[in-house]
Design a protein around this ligand. Structure first.
Ligand code: NAD
Length: 542
């Protein structure tokens, strides 16, 4: 009954290309960047395999260059969402009747296309649309998405465990798709996540309505083209662009909503869950709800920490991709004995950071995603500068004239309950609380209790006993905990990713835990020689 083949060996992670001067990948990427900046596609919704351009148009712009319009997308709203739901349901019976092997071949082909001829295209779209450097795009749009596509197939092929069959009885477990459609709502910050959320559901036999973030529309457009080129049939993944609320409302109002695969902010996730809760009696089946959301990721430095390693981890962890990773280091606890050295080294590294147009490969940072993000972050910076309880150590490079540039900002706060230590800022602002060396226990308690989130964290220290203690003490404080490393950069197959508490349902993207959420197992028992009389033996006369 099980259509999943015998376990396959795990693939290797897609190698990260260097893009160093003189390499062929650099030349190809530069050429693609130039062409893509001129293309300006009229980005369609994709419904039942057809391109629709309905709804108010909106410009998709480069965050680092206000003058660069990359394309136009359309706000689909309820009307297009309803068409997408209908198209997905029409495609569902055909797709559900395919074997796992048939589906796996499509997504493995997508992985190979992306690793090869499509690599520059998705990287360029991610650089231009989301203001990622070549390296940040490569580890996201190329390597991580290739890894998701390949590892999901390998992990799914390992879900082969069958129940016991005893003499006279054959038992089987079959992994069915969910009954209905899955709504995938994806964030702006990772092209890999945006591609993975719909495709992993489709791999498991489900049909999908995919709502990408407005500010990720360009890379989402190319990702959908990739899926089509790989052979995903019409109606299996339907893309609806535009504002989230009306599109999600239509999906939540459908009795056929079978699941939500979400990555984004905690507030939006909670609104979606609430919406499902309010309509719970109306659904054909209980919708599966999987969400990876915000973080307030910590670095705890023990007094035995290596100062150089700590300073580098803080700078890379807090400022790469402008601090817009859900896993970005955004609060650090540093012992008083080390702080002057750590601070000076950090300031030195920050001074050397280059920021600007990501198509200039000398830059380490680009711009934050849009005006809303810049204004919110600038508000934080202004408040911190005016706050007597906060000491802004450095905040170089903020500007809004050419693009939305938020500079790497380091702030020291005395009050351990300061909002900058518990609210998600989602930008390049790192808050440091300096603690007395004798107060390790109290500080671990602060790390654990200060924020509602529990996504990622890092523990630094050379004292193995102290590190082991911190790892135990912070067991529930992060779904991904790092020792002597920055809290960002999880690799599919190596560090399954996700967090609990306010950070999400911790269903670990790119792992078997996640795949099982998109399958509804059916148990089949066959009795080989069925009984032919009703009474049981114990009922016989003495
Ligand atoms: P967001 O919540 O603003 O948007 C995410 C998606 O939800 C977008 O497609 C958006 O259009 C849609 N949306 C917005 N309002 C909606 C509504 N009312 N109803 C339905 N959909 C709606 O998040 P973002 O700014 O795109 O991404 C940043 C957030 O994502 C951060 O909080 C970050 O921590 C989180 N994130 C988490 C992970 C993780 O794995 N935990 C990974 C990446 C990003």
């Amino acid at each position: 009954m099980l259509d999943i083949p015998a376990p396959k060996a795990l693939p290797e992670n897609e190698p990260v290309l260097s893009y160093a001067p003189g390499t062929p990948e650099r030349a190809k990427l530069k050429e693609t960047l130039g062409a893509m900046a001129r293309e300006r596609p009229d980005i369609p919704h994709v419904v039942g395999g057809k391109e629709l351009r309905e709804g108010a148009p909106f410009d998709v712009k480069a965050p680092h260059d206000h003058a660069l319009v990359l394309g136009t997308a359309h706000d689909g709203g309820k009307a297009v969402a309803e068409k997408a739901i209908a198209a997905s349901l029409a495609a569902a019976p055909g797709w559900a009747s395919t074997t796992f092997d048939e589906r796996a071949r499509i997504f493995l082909r997508a992985a190979d296309l992306l690793a090869g001829p499509w690599r520059a295209r998705l990287n360029a779209a991610t650089m231009l649309g989301q203001s990622k450097t070549a390296h940040q795009a490569e580890i996201d749009a190329a390597c991580e998405l290739v890894d998701f596509l390949r590892f999901n197939v390998a992990f799914a092929s390992r879900l082969t465990e069958q129940p016991l069959s005893v003499p006279g009885t054959l038992n089987n477990l079959e992994l069915r798709p969910l009954e209905g459609f899955v709504l995938a709502v994806t964030p702006f910050n990772f092209t890999a996540i945006a591609g993975n959320l719909p495709s992993v559901c489709a791999l498991m036999g489900n049909v999908v309505v995919w709502k990408p973030a407005e500010s990720q529309a360009l890379a989402a457009y190319h990702t959908m083209k990739l899926f089509e080129a790989a052979g995903v049939p019409p109606g299996v993944i339907n893309v609806v662009h535009g504002h989230g609320a009306p599109i999600a409302d239509s999906c939540l109002a459908s009795r056929d909503l079978a699941g939500i695969h979400f990555t984004g902010s905690t507030t939006v996730f909670q609104a979606l869950w609430r919406g499902v809760g309010e309509r719970i009696a109306s659904y054909r089946t209980y919708p599966r709800i999987v969400g990876e959301t915000g973080g307030k990721d910590f670095v705890f430095a023990h007094p035995s920490s290596d100062v150089d390693a700590l300073a580098v981890a803080l700078v890379r962890g807090a400022y790469e991709f402008q601090g817009q990773k859900c896993s970005a280091a955004s609060r650090a606890y540093v012992p008083r004995s080390l702080w002057p050295k750590v601070r000076d080294r950090m300031v030195g590294h920050i001074e050397a950071i280059t920021m600007g147009d990501v198509t200039d490969f000398r830059n380490f940072m680009g711009a934050v995603i849009d005006e809303r993000a810049w204004t919110r972050l600038a508000g934080w910076r202004d408040r911190l500068k005016a706050d007597a309880k906060a000491n802004v150590v450095t905040d170089k490079g903020w500007s809004r004239e050419k693009g939305w540039f938020a500079g790497p900002t380091l702030v020291e706060v005395l009050d351990p309950s300061h909002p900058v230590l518990h609210e998600e800022l989602f930008g390049p602002i790192l808050a440091v609380h300096v603690y007395d060396d004798g107060k390790v226990e109290e500080t671990l308690e602060l790390v654990d209790r200060t924020s509602p989130y529990a996504l990622t964290g890092a523990v630094f220290g050379e004292d193995r006993i102290a590190v082991a203690h911190a790892v135990k003490r912070l067991r529930q404080a992060a779904g991904n905990l790092y020792v002597n490393d920055k809290p960002t950069g999880a690799v599919v197959g190596q560090q399954p990713f996700g967090g609990a508490r306010a950070s999400g349902t911790n269903d670990k993207a790119g792992s078997a835990y996640n795949l099982l959420r998109w399958a509804s197992p059916r148990t089949l028992k066959e009795t080989l020689v069925p009984p032919t009389s009703v009474p049981y033996p114990f009922m016989g006369a003495e």
